[in-house]
Design a protein around this ligand. Structure first.
Ligand code: PGA
Length: 251
């Protein structure tokens, strides 16, 4: 049985005061998390240790960094290393978010290096993929996403690939209020799973969690999450509102 993952992506949002309030709310809320369904909070780097501490009472609430660099340590001013993350007990990193690809020029090859160093340090990448609007309009999204996966992940062995969490986020649905329909999400998630199945076999593909991201809200979460190949969500805007995100986790 593959794990369900509901991940919050705070992006570059929230003052310390707001972070404290949100984390306290999540720590105190009755959440339906368990060993098969975890919630992960990708908070801004200065709040990683705070989040670890505040959520430490529940082993099914995990903390993620939103990015890391491809080198273990060294003269890379401003970057965040896996060695640092491991030393503060962070087990997850979001990699390849479309905002990193677009604003910071992260390529599929660069992301392959980041995936490698995460696995070397036993940190689980939440690897993002997804197409821009023009690709969706040209109806070539399946091939576009397959190429992202092939170029960043296909050098991995089967025992490595099963350590990843994949997040499919159509760029046209991120922060736009325009969610993919649950049928569009299911269609793409099935396509992603078939890409993995072709390379690693159906059994390996069947245990990789594939999350949907892009304008997930309390009002649409249960419908999207009920699709066969949708194993949870990566949630931006709605993860900054405690009541909304609590409902999404429990959806
Ligand atoms: P959104 O962001 O939920 O605000 O659309 C999702 C994401 O970018 O991870």
């Amino acid at each position: 049985m593959r794990k369900k993952v509901i991940a919050a992506n705070w992006k570059m949002n929230g003052t310390l005061e707001q972070a404290n309030a949100l984390l306290d709310a999540f720590a105190a809320a009755p959440l339906t998390v368990n060993e098969n369904k975890i919630a992960v909070f990708a908070v801004p780097a200065p709040y990683l240790m705070l989040a670890k501490e505040k959520l430490s009472g529940n082993p099914y609430l995990q903390v993620a960094a939103q990015n890391c660099y491809s080198k273990k340590s060294g003269a890379y001013t401003g970057e965040l290393s896996v060695e640092i993350l491991q030393s503060i007990g962070i087990n997850y990193v979001v990699l390849g978010h479309s905002e990193r690809r677009e604003y910071f020029g992260e390529s599929n090859a660069f992301l392959a290096d980041k995936v490698n160093i995460c696995l070397e340090y036993n940190i689980t990448p939440i690897f993002c993929c997804g197409e821009p609007l023009e690709i969706r309009e040209a109806d070539t999204q399946n091939a576009f996403v397959a190429k992202q996966l092939q170029e960043s992940l296909f050098h991995l062995s089967a025992s490595e690939i099963v350590k990843l969490v994949i997040a499919y986020e159509p760029i046209w649905a991120i922060g736009t209020g325009k969610t993919a329909s649950s049928a569009q999400a299911q269609e793409m998630h099935a396509s992603i799973r078939s890409v993995f199945a072709a390379k690693y076999g159906a059994e390996v593909a069947s245990i990789i969690p594939i999350l949907y991201g892009g304008s997930v809200k309390a009002s649409n979460a249960s419908e999207i999450f009920s699709e066969t190949d949708v194993d949870g969500g990566l949630v931006g805007g709605a993860s900054l509102i405690a009541d909304e995100f609590i409902k999404i986790i429990n959806a």
